[in-house]
Design a protein around this ligand. Structure first.
Ligand code: KIV
Length: 292
């Protein structure tokens, strides 16, 4: 059964839809199991962010999960942080990514202000995101303080991806984007946060920007798969912001590996195009319509 159809008459995209079922939250959880007294994952879980239909099409065959992160605030909209990101932005980009994918589980970030006030408010926002995008899970930031919310959503049919450690929506409390858990008390808090949302029912947990031993400890001590970013190779999976790993920005944070240098390649293509337009060498006969 194909879960994906594309209207080739209206779309520029021509992917070959792969018949099959989309990855589910239970199938992600099942990738990690108890072996003796510790948790293990045979094959690490692959997650990347995606914000547009075409990028989703390109990434989908290679990823277990696509995350429509609220990092789109900075990456797509040029905002100074994720704080101003709106439900409308998340729903529009979430729907585009769902339309462009047929295999990966698509998770959509709950924007700042859409879930913190109460579990009931979170349910309303999460239900709207799921209805408007067709995604299979939502992600929210926070630990113990969000446990009751994770519990309510999970028990009302909404799979939740947790997010602990460096939580960018809390930048004004944290005072910046530096790695967390340098001090023992903070390290203990991060581990307790991860355990709280794991116990509340999160089916996987993103651990961002923490000292490596803390990420390793979290991965070994909670049942849901732990997806690291700036965390540890011992996590059960990894996630990167797609524009970072493709080299779209000049500045690369320490935890990012650049797999390409797209910014330079795009600039070069634009320069060549500009030269050809100015010298009238584009368009040629190949790119123009001639009467018969
Ligand atoms: O918003 C985002 O892209 C994220 C990832 C960095 C995990 O939360």
């Amino acid at each position: 059964m194909s879960t994906f159809t594309i209207d080739t008459a209206t779309s520029r995209a021509t992917p070959s839809p792969v018949p099959g079922k989309r990855t589910t939250a239970p199938s992600i959880s099942a990738r990690k199991r108890l072996a003796g007294n510790r948790f293990e994952t045979d094959q690490p879980i692959v997650m990347l962010t995606a914000y547009t239909m075409r990028m989703a099409q390109l990434l989908d065959p290679h990823c277990d999960m696509l995350l429509v992160g609220d990092s789109l605030g900075q990456v797509i909209y040029g905002l100074p942080s994720t704080i101003p990101v709106t439900m409308e932005m998340m729903c529009a980009h979430g729907a585009a990514v769902v339309r462009g994918s047929w295999h990966a589980l698509v998770g959509v970030d709950m924007p700042f202000g859409s879930y913190e006030a109460s579990p009931e408010k979170a349910f309303e926002s999460a239900a709207r995101i799921m209805k408007e995008t067709g995604c299979a899970a939502v992600k929210l930031e926070g630990g113990e303080a969000m446990a009751a919310t994770v519990d309510l959503l999970t028990h009302r049919g909404i799979p939740v991806i947790g997010h602990v450690g460096l939580t960018p929506q809390a930048v004004n409390i944290l005072g910046g984007y530096g790695a967390r858990g340098r001090e023992e008390r903070e390290a203990e808090r991060i581990i307790a946060d991860a355990k709280a949302i794991a116990d509340a029912g999160a089916f996987c947990i993103v651990v961002e920007g923490v000292m490596e031993p803390i990420a390793t400890e979290v991965a070994r001590s909670v049942a849901p798969p732990v997806i690291g970013i700036g965390a540890s190779a011992d996590c059960d999976g990894q996630v990167l912001v797609i524009d970072d790993m493709l080299g779209m920005f000049e500045r690369t944070p320490r935890f990012v590996k650049r797999y390409d240098d797209l910014a330079a390649r795009i600039a070069e293509a634009a320069r060549t195009y500009a030269d050809e337009v100015r010298s009238r060498s584009f368009p040629t006969a190949d790119q123009t319509y001639r009467p018969k």
